[in-house]
Design a protein around this ligand. Sequence first.
Ligand code: EPZ
Length: 423
Amino acid sequence: MAQEERMLIVGGERLEGTVRVSGGKNTSVAIIPATILSSTPCVIENLPNIEDVHVSVETLRYLGARVDWDPAEGLMQVDASSINRTDVPLDLCRRMRASSYYIGALLARFGRAQVPLPGGCDIGRRPIDQHIKGMRALGARVDTQRGTVIAEADPLVGADVFLDMATVGGTINVMLAASRAQGTTTIYNAAKEPHIVDLANFLNSMGCRVKGAGTDVIRVRGTQTLASRRPYAVIPDQIETGTLMIAAAATHGDVTITGCIPTHMEALTAKLLEMGAKVYEHDDSIRVRSLGAHRGVTFKTQVYPGFPTDLQQPMSALLCTATGTSTVVENIFESRFRHLAEMERMGARVRIFEQTAVIEGVPMLHGAAVEATDLRAGAALVVAGLMAQGTTEIYNTHFIDRGYENLEQKFASLGARISRVRE
Ligand code: EPZ
């Protein structure tokens, strides 16, 4: 039986040079379902060649849309006029958490949707009760039968939606449903992440009227006909940018990340500066240099513009060799520390108390065989492997492929000794 594919890293190389960040995963998985709303074909640019985008393409094709997708160019053309069904199959929902967005998009376009509940994962339960609360507020009848959400509305009517927490997915789903509802929807306690703004800009480029995206109150004036008139390029990936910044610091390297948006990175930049790394911001690039030892820091994950939960895992890897004690508080998901147990195999010294991890800095990590348990845990293990002495083997690389385009090629181009093996 062929051995499982794994990533092999010989650590200790300083990362140096320039690397371009890919288009954003979390914005792409929101904008692709939004193409269902357009009465004209949509052209989307700068899409990353990652598993979640492939699953999104399969989902649109399953529904009957015509999709031309060039992974190398990051270019996609969607003609949703031929969609002839409103149910998403379980096997596609199992492969991508963002399948829940098809509830809002299909309800808005067809008045009905049948989408299996997204499974939980290693970072927490991840319910979608707020998504359902939002659909019901817009007048939809929503039932959950045998693990599948069945929603109907004729028609959706704009309303006030008060989210119990600033949920990214909940905000996105309600925006999608509200875009073609009758009247205006106001979303209170809305998430403010960069990809919320990107989705609003895409909806507005199709003739919708979304105001307030990026603040905690978003107003969507429903528009019966939405029509894409020009190509739309998704924003760069905030979390890939952060992962590359953290890896640059972790290897005491000197890396310039181009095609990014520095203002999206402020919470991480502040922490890297506090640790003693140097960060230089330009219009669409960030340079990270680190020469001396890093000071340990404390950080707590928060909704945007706070420290992103998706960077908690890679950052905790960097803190394993910082001087002194660091404290990490994970406020967004209930179990997002599983990567730390894997890093203990590499010599990390960590104690966990519920949502708080206390990391005692050690002089050096050493290579080991470790397993990725989710996407960003995989990224954390790559960072740990890059800075460790010796060789690290990372299993379950499919998690990494969900959210990072050509990650090892990017790191190899900066001087890392990293490859994939399957024998
Ligand atoms: C999105 O997940 C991202 N995924 C996550 O990125 C990211 O970690 C998260 O936002 C926070 O920024 C995509 O965009 C595809 P939430 P989402 O709804 O929408 C609870 C990655 O690595 N909640 O803001 O699921 C929920 O359980 C992934 O790229 C409810 O209780 O995040 C969580 O504890 C991982 N009920 C918290 O809110 C709901 O109806 C935040 O979840 C919705 C959420």
